[in-house]
Design a protein around this ligand. Sequence first.
Ligand code: ADP
Ligand code: MG
Length: 704
Amino acid sequence: MSTAFYRTRELTHCRGVSPRKAEVLKGEIEVFHPEDLLYYFPYRYIDRSKFYSIREISGANTYVQIKGKIVSMKTVGKGRQLRLTAEFSDGRDSISLVWFQGVQYFIDRIQIDKEYIIFGKPTVFGGRCQIAHPEMDTIESASKKHLTNGLMSMYNTSDKMKRNYLDSAGLRQIIMDELQNLKTSPLEETLPADIRERENLMELNRAIWNIHSPENSQTLAEAQYRLKFEELFYIQLKMQRAYKRQINEHGLVFSRIADYFNNFYNQQLPFPLTGAQKRVLKEIREDVRTGKQMNRLLQGDVGSGKTLVATMTMLMALDNGYQACLLAPTEILANQHFETIFNQLTPIGVNVALLTGSTKAAVRKKLLPSIKSGETQVLIGTHAILEDTVEFANLGMAIIDEQHRFGVEQRSKLWHKNTVPPHILVMTATPIPRTLAMTLYGDLSVSVIDELPPGRKPIQTYHQYDTNRERLYHFMRMEIAKGRQVYVVFPLIKESEKLDFENLTAGYQRLCAVFPQPQYNICMVHGKMTTEEKDENMQKFVSGQANIMVATTVIEVGVNVPNASVMVIESAERFGLSQLHQLRGRVGRGADQSYCILVTDVKLAKETIRRMEIMTRTNDGFEIAEADLRMRGEGDIEGTQQSGTPMKMRIANIATDGVILMRARDASIAIIANDPDLKLPENQIYVNQLAHLARELNIWGNIS
Ligand code: ADP
Ligand code: MG
């Protein structure tokens, strides 16, 4: 057994890998050693047992394979424009083949009237089908490569890789050569025999072989299953182990429900709780009386009333002599929570305070001792609460709002705010599909508010092109005349910040011209403002003084203005599904009919059209979250990172591999339950593999 053979050899020792190619592989796809090559999995397979006749081919085919001969060749253009075109005939019809690069190389090698198998992607050019840079094999070389008897692997590559002859075919050749080594130097198994037997998993070497060069579709499916299982299993194992280590099983016991909770319930409750709110409060109540630390994720669609659940949960802590805190991701949201909760809790004698990054030094100086002495019972704020200087007398409950990417590190800061860690409730309105929640949070229990407060009318969503603004303005005027308020949101995304900012200001000015003072009043909030400016503008909107709020996504989460009935999203094509849904959730919070208008460019990518279609069709956050996850799809590494979902997985897909995830999770839980520190000799295999995967799994460590 010699995994080391693949881990230690230089890439340049692999057949066909020049120093230049090695550099590109490292830089582009983080392939440093031959083992990384073996674990660089194809994103799809193409059936190469089928041969097309040229007559069948149209621009609609993704890939085609044809057998035939080159009957003529000619070059066109000069210098950098030089192209080689060839007529390829299957004996009946012919198609053009084109080369833009390496022209001389192909002129030297291609033989007229010799039989070739060509493979490529047809495109229509000047009304005729052609294939650019086809893969070409002679009959002999194709059979030597076992190309035409089955499924051929396709690999994701970048432009830079393609320029360096590392396109899918180039990469495949290198991987195929490296696979040959497995015969004499097989990899060591990464999963023990008992698990493989129980879960019916293919042996590692066979799986690696089949994932790149499938014997048939059945063995390919088995190979995929095994490798997905392995990937998910180690993510789960790492998480379970970290969880067991960090969590003090021991938790605070809240044995009673007393005056604070009851007085609030009887005197301050603004409306009857929904059934779902009641159920979730019961689940929380059950957790906190057990003597185990609660770690619960509360999912509830936008507007489902999570804040009220948070408030009442904090009162459970107070009734047992503990303090509570509520963390919000933005100052705007922290301020708003503070205002709501301060107004609700002060009358029943609760001391509520606010702490954010912009709390004035003088205020802070007074506040810190009051938190430390226990005088402050409920603390609301931003991440500023996590700082070491913030010490509690007896923190019993910490609630994290609207933040599903709250690091284990940050969570552990909360744990350490008390000798026995406080109970923790994480609330999110970005409904996370169950499988993703499990992968992200490991052992968090999940509660769901799946019911909106009564009387809400579903938001009506429309998609509209930016060429027809008059209609939109007319509609806004009508709603404002009814006394409603309107949000207009512009994207502000980091990379193109300057341009976005110009768009925002231009949009603001345009609106000011269309909705002039004194009849209309427009306010604006964006990330470049100081907190005071933001607050002042926000306040104008909350109080109803402003009819229109122009904003960036800083208002994405949590903000609550029930009188706002229209959400206009400009350049909606630039937002992801979950973000659009979040933004839409800012309206529809009162009893009035609310609307969301998605404004886009006329020219749209197919995927954008689908996103708009989903948004206009459904209000169901869970359905949207699932669709979001699926649409981001496999292979789209950059896309997933941008949207902030840490799903850098090689082969498993959280959206579709839920069943495998459950099995992998159960297996890992059983192992950790039996041997929390993985000290048993038979568990050494896991320790080794986890250490090896440390770099890769690190990204996961930040999220559990
Ligand atoms: P989210 O779950 O998005 O955080 P909020 O807590 O901001 O939602 O609540 C949205 C709106 O619904 C608020 O105006 C809140 O006062 C109201 N609300 C919450 N619970 C109820 C209820 N049981 N009945 C009626 N309205 C409610
Ligand atoms: Mg909220």
